[in-house]
Write a protein that binds this ligand. Structure first.
Ligand SMILES: NC(=O)C1=CN([C@@H]2O[C@H](COP(=O)(O)OP(=O)(O)OC[C@H]3O[C@@H](n4cnc5c(N)ncnc54)[C@H](OP(=O)(O)O)[C@@H]3O)[C@@H](O)[C@H]2O)C=CC1
Ligand SMILES: Nc1nc(=O)c2c([nH]1)NC[C@@H]1CN(c3ccc(C(=O)N[C@@H](CCC(=O)O)C(=O)O)cc3)C=[N+]21
Length: 290
């Protein structure tokens, strides 16, 4: 029987745990952990994401601050906002929604965020720490995927893991985490030859491509665990529908467990953002009390 890994339910549990720890934290330090989200422009998919984040922040007992900037904002204004958030003691986590409009430098903004407040884990200092096995803030989506995998499989040692996609926000950090968990890791991408055969050897298959239903039955090994990161909006009978990078119905009877879209990795990403904000606040407060 194939298991549908319920990301929504697991995310509810994580946010509940975080809310208890936030209550302890607030009682101890008299500080409410704060998460600042910066949005440039008005992309409709981003507004859904931000709405979900705000809802979860309230559930977790975090203070959520949103900064909406127009799509034509200049680099200096954004730099100045990041700098003021870095200095603001009521802000423990900063997230700048990506991608940014092309006239802005993503690298410059990511590097401007104080690494201690970088709850996305995208700053080169956090990326470097993750790849050298040091403690750091871990990108929310891969962290959410690891929690689901470990719940499902326990110890991941020796498993063959294939990550489809090599972006800085999902594919690469996902591969780092799987390697840290002692998997044998392969990353495949748009230039990979015979991608289907490589995927079909995976005990763990992570799809982070951005291509609706790219992965079908012939790409998966019988009994594999499939994590579908993809969130693609397509039109079905004139209605906007969300689908993953995996053709869920086609692979369902072949795999041992799979995450649905929606209700899989997405809610876990947001739950992990809450977790990272608490972790960041804990580190900032304990460091400042040392
Ligand atoms: N659930 C969640 O919380 C999140 C979901 N997402 C979703 O995950 C998906 C991936 O996001 P992201 O990593 O940012 O995307 P990017 O577009 O940054 O990266 C996509 C990767 O997939 C590869 N790729 C594209 N087409 C193919 C193909 N036909 N065959 C093989 N590889 C291919 C690209 O290869 P190359 O490098 O060679 O171009 C690239 O490495 C999207 O659907 C996004 O919406 C993203 C973040 C969070
Ligand atoms: N700096 C930055 N960090 C990110 O983590 C980041 C980002 N930028 N840019 C965009 C992508 C995308 N992303 C999603 C997270 C959750 C859902 C999510 O909760 N999805 C719900 C459905 C939401 C709906 O109904 O539309 C689900 O899958 O069930 C979606 C998308 C984070 N990203």
């Amino acid at each position: 029987m194939t298991l549908r890994i319920d990301g929504k339910l697991l995310a509810d549990e994580i946010v509940e745990e975080v809310s208890k720890e936030v209550a302890d934290f607030t009682a101890k330090y008299d500080v409410v952990p704060g998460l600042a989200v910066v949005l440039v422009g008005a992309d409709p998919a981003s507004s859904v994401y931000v709405r979900n984040k705000v809802k979860r922040a309230v559930q977790a007992g975090l203070n959520s601050i949103e900064h909406y900037l127009p799509a034509d904002v200049d680099q200096k204004t954004l730099d100045d906002l990041i700098s003021s958030l870095n200095q603001d003691d009521s802000v423990h986590g900063i997230l700048v929604q990506l991608p940014l409009p092309s006239h802005l430098s993503e690298n410059r903004i990511i590097e401007a965020i104080s690494p201690e407040k970088d709850v996305d884990g995208f700053h080169p200092q956090n990326v470097g720490k993750l790849s050298t096995g040091q403690q750091s803030l871990i990108p929310c989506t891969p962290l959410g995927c690891m929690i689901m995998l470990e719940r499902q499989l326990g110890d991941l040692s020796g498993k063959k893991a294939v990550v489809v996609g090599r972006s800085n926000i999902v594919g690469k950090p996902m591969a780092s985490l799987l390697l840290k968990a002692n998997c044998t890791v392969t990353i495949v991408h748009s230039r990979t030859k015979d991608i289907e055969a490589t995927c079909a050897e995976a005990d763990i298959l992570i799809a982070a491509v951005g291509q609706p239903k790219l992965i079908t039955e012939s790409w998966v090994k019988p009994g594999a665990v499939v994590i579908d990161v993809g969130i693609n909006a397509i039109e079905v009978d004139g209605k906007r529908t969300l689908v993953g990078d995996v053709d869920y119905d086609s692979v369902l009877s072949k795999v041992s467990a799979i995450t649905p879209v929606p209700g899989g990795v997405g809610p876990m990403t947001i739950a992990c953002l809450m977790k990272n904000t608490l972790t960041a606040a804990q580190h900032q407060l304990s460091a400042s009390l040392d």
